[in-house]
Design a protein around this ligand. Structure first.
Ligand code: AMP
Ligand code: GLY
Length: 470
C-alpha cells in the first residue's frame, strides 16, 4: 500500500484546486489534504480530509488549523500572496513545526515593488525600465508633487506607468494610453496612490508579455515552461487589469512569439537575481519565489514584476501536465534536492469565467448581463461530464465559488476555470471553450479570445516588427 501523506494547503481559488488535484493524482502516495480555504470551495470541501473557511486567510487562524491537525500533516504549501507576505511560513514552522513550501516573510519580495526594482538594479540593472520612486513626505504640497512628476514625464515623453509599492494598495497599476491619456489624469492616479505609500513611476515598455515560473528548493532553480496570461478583462485586451482571465502554454518550453534566445536571456536574468539574493539561510526561497512577468522588446527582456508564489492562472497550465508525482516534487523541494522536473509535451489553455461584478463587466456591457441569473446557482455538471469525452484532457476547477445547501454559487472573484490539454494550442483552446460554455447559471461571463489564433498571430507579428526595428 502506498505511504500516507498529509498536506496542508492554504487555498484562494482554482490555482490551489489544481495543486490539490495534482496531489490526489499521486500514484506513489496516499494523500490526505487539509485545506485552509478562503471560501467553501466545492472541490476542496468534497476532497479535503479537513476543511476550514478563513475568509481573510489570516495567518493566526491558518496556524491554529495546522496545530489542530499537526499529527496528520507532513508539510504545507501556500498559493495566495497575502499569507505569504504576512509570514505564514515563519509562524507555522516556528509554532507548529510543519515545514511550509513558500518563501519566508523576509524573502517574499512580492510585498514591495520598490524593493524589487532596487534588487534588480543591483543584480541585473538592464531589466529595469527607467524608473523613479516617489514618497509623499518629499512634497510640501500637491503642486510641488505635480511639478516634480511632470518634469519626469517630460523625460519619459509621457510614456509612463504608475505603480503603488504595495500589492493592491490604492488604485493599482495605471498605464499611459490605457488608464489615462492626459497628465492630469495620470497625476490624479499617482496622487491617490501616494496617500497609501511609495509610488513608482516608470517608463512604459512596448513588447509582448510572458510569465516565467520556477520551482525552488532554496539551492536550485528549476524553470517551468513559459506561459502567457491575459490580464485585461475584455476581448482584444481592453478594460481594466484583472488577476488574469485565462492563459496558454505551448507544447514546448517557449511561446509562439518567443525565440530560444528570449528564453535563454530570461534564464540568465533570473539566475543572476537568484545568485544575488540567495538567502544566507539556504531554504528561505522555497516554492515559486520567482514568478517573473517579462516584457519582451525584441532585443531585451524587461521585468514588470516579481511575485513570490505560483501564478493564477499560469500554474494551472503546468500542474495538469506535470509528469513527475507532485508529492515527490514537494518532498524534493523540502529536502533541497530538486534539480529537474518533467512536463509533458502538451499545449494547455485555461479560460476563466467570472461574475458580472468582476472586472467591470456589468458597467461595460449592462445589456449582456443575464440579470435574472445573478446570484443564482451555477451548474458545473455538464462541464464535468465532458471528461467522458476528453478523459484527462479537460479539468474543471472551481475558484471563487462556494457550496451552500448542496448548490454551488459564484462569489465575487473569478469563479471557475476550465483547462483544455492537447497537442496544439488550437485544440486545447477548443476543449477549454467547450467546457466553459457547458457551465450554466450565475450570469457568468468569459473572454472569448484567450489563446485564439488571431491573438497569437498578432503577438507574433508584433515581435517580428519589434525585432526588425532594432
Ligand atoms: P504589474 O502588476 O506590475 O504586473 O502590472 C500589471 C500590468 O500592467 C502588466 O501586466 C502590464 O500589462 C502593465 N505594465 C506594468 N508595467 C509596465 C511597463 N513598465 N510597461 C508597460 N506595461 C506595463
Ligand atoms: N496571473 C498573474 C498573477 O498570478 O499574478
Amino acid at each position: 500500500m502506498a505511504e500516507r501523506v498529509g498536506i496542508l494547503v492554504v487555498s484562494y481559488g482554482a490555482r490551489e484546486v489544481a495543486m490539490i488535484d495534482a496531489f490526489l493524482r499521486s500514484t506513489n502516495y496516499n494523500v490526505e489534504v487539509y485545506v485552509a480555504d478562503k471560501q467553501r470551495n466545492p472541490f476542496n470541501a468534497k476532497n479535503a480530509k479537513a476543511h476550514v473557511v478563513i475568509p481573510d486567510l489570516n495567518v493566526e487562524a491558518i496556524c491554529k488549523f495546522a496545530e489542530a491537525h499537526k499529527d496528520r500533516i507532513d508539510f504545507g504549501i501556500v498559493g495566495p500572496e497575502k499569507p505569504i507576505i504576512e509570514g505564514v511560513r515563519d509562524l507555522v514552522e516556528k509554532r507548529v513545526g510543519i515545514p511550509m513550501i513558500c518563501p519566508t516573510k523576509e524573502y517574499a519580495i512580492e510585498a514591495s515593488k520598490v524593493q524589487q526594482r532596487l534588487l534588480f538594479q543591483e543584480a541585473v540593472p538592464e531589466v529595469n525600465p527607467r524608473f523613479k520612486i516617489f514618497r509623499q513626505e518629499e512634497f510640501k504640497t500637491a503642486e510641488d508633487a505635480r511639478k516634480t512628476l511632470y518634469k519626469w514625464l517630460d523625460e519619459l515623453g509621457n510614456m509612463a506607468v504608475v505603480k503603488p509599492d504595495k500589492p493592491a494598495a490604492g488604485k493599482g497599476v495605471g498605464v499611459w494610453g490605457d488608464h489615462f491619456t492626459t497628465r492630469e489624469q495620470l497625476f490624479e492616479h499617482f496622487w491617490e496612490n501616494l496617500r497609501h505609500g511609495a509610488v513608482i513611476v516608470e517608463e512604459k515598455i512596448e513588447g509582448e508579455e510572458s510569465s516565467f515560473q520556477a520551482f525552488c528548493d532554496g539551492k536550485h532553480l528549476v524553470p517551468l515552461p513559459e506561459t502567457r496570461d491575459y490580464k485585461r478583462a475584455f476581448d482584444g485586451d481592453k478594460g481594466p487589469n484583472t488577476g488574469g482571465m485565462g492563459s496558454y502554454k505551448d507544447a514546448g518550453e517557449i511561446l509562439p512569439f518567443m525565440t530560444a534566445a528570449d528564453r535563454e536571456r530570461e534564464l540568465r536574468i533570473v539566475n543572476k537575481i537568484f545568485d544575488k539574493w540567495r538567502a544566507s539561510e539556504n531554504n528561505a526561497l522555497r516554492g515559486i519565489p520567482f514568478y517573473v512577468a517579462f516584457m519582451h522588446t525584441g532585443k531585451e527582456s524587461k521585468i514588470l514584476e516579481n511575485n513570490s508564489r505560483p501564478g493564477d492562472p499560469e500554474i494551472i497550465n503546468i500542474l495538469p501536465v506535470l509528469k513527475d508525482d507532485f508529492v515527490d516534487v514537494c518532498f524534493k523541494i523540502l529536502d533541497g534536492n530538486l534539480t529537474r522536473v518533467e512536463v509533458e509535451k502538451a499545449a494547455t489553455v485555461v479560460t476563466y469565467k467570472a461574475p458580472p461584478s468582476y472586472g467591470g463587466y456589468a458597467e461595460a456591457f449592462p445589456e449582456l448581463v443575464e440579470k435574472t441569473e445573478i446570484n443564482k446557482p451555477v451548474d458545473l455538471t455538464k462541464a464535468y461530464e465532458l471528461s467522458k469525452k476528453y478523459g484527462e484532457r479537460i479539468c474543471v476547477y472551481p475558484a471563487s465559488m462556494e457550496i451552500r445547501n448542496g448548490e454551488t454559487y459564484a462569489l465575487k472573484s473569478r469563479a471557475v476555470c476550465v483547462v483544455g490539454i492537447s497537442e496544439t494550442i488550437e485544440d486545447a483552446r477548443n476543449i477549454s471553450l467547450e467546457g466553459v460554455k457547458a457551465i450554466k447559471g450565475g450570469a457568468l461571463w468569459h473572454r472569448t479570445d484567450i489563446a485564439s489564433k488571431q491573438h497569437i498571430e498578432k503577438s507574433i507579428r508584433h515581435m517580428e516588427a519589434l525585432r526588425k526595428r532594432k
